[in-house]
Design a protein around this ligand. Structure first.
Ligand SMILES: [Zn+2]
Length: 84
């Protein structure tokens, strides 16, 4: 708050709103990219697609295409056990 020529000037914005909430550092971008890469990598065929693996399927669309749902769940259970 400042006084100038008898007029009062105040800050028109809240300081907390003007500050960046989460600055993206290079390290933060790298961890973000790794996370996105993991979400695009199929656990069955290990290929990385241009899209995120649908969580309902748990694998890429190519793998899901050729398999019955029961087979798919069996393979995914094995893949998860191997990764753990
Ligand atoms: Zn796949």
């Amino acid at each position: 708050m400042t006084w100038r020529n008898g007029l009062r000037f105040g800050h028109l914005y809240r300081r907390s709103l003007a500050l960046p909430v989460r600055p993206m550092t290079p390290a933060r971008w790298r961890s973000h990219q790794r996370m996105m890469l993991a979400r695009r990598t199929c656990p069955l065929c290990r290929t990385t697609g241009e899209y995120c693996i649908p969580t309902s399927l748990g694998c890429c669309l190519d793998c899901a295409d050729g398999l019955a749902l029961a087979e798919l769940e069996q393979l995914l259970t094995l893949a998860r056990a191997a990764a753990a």
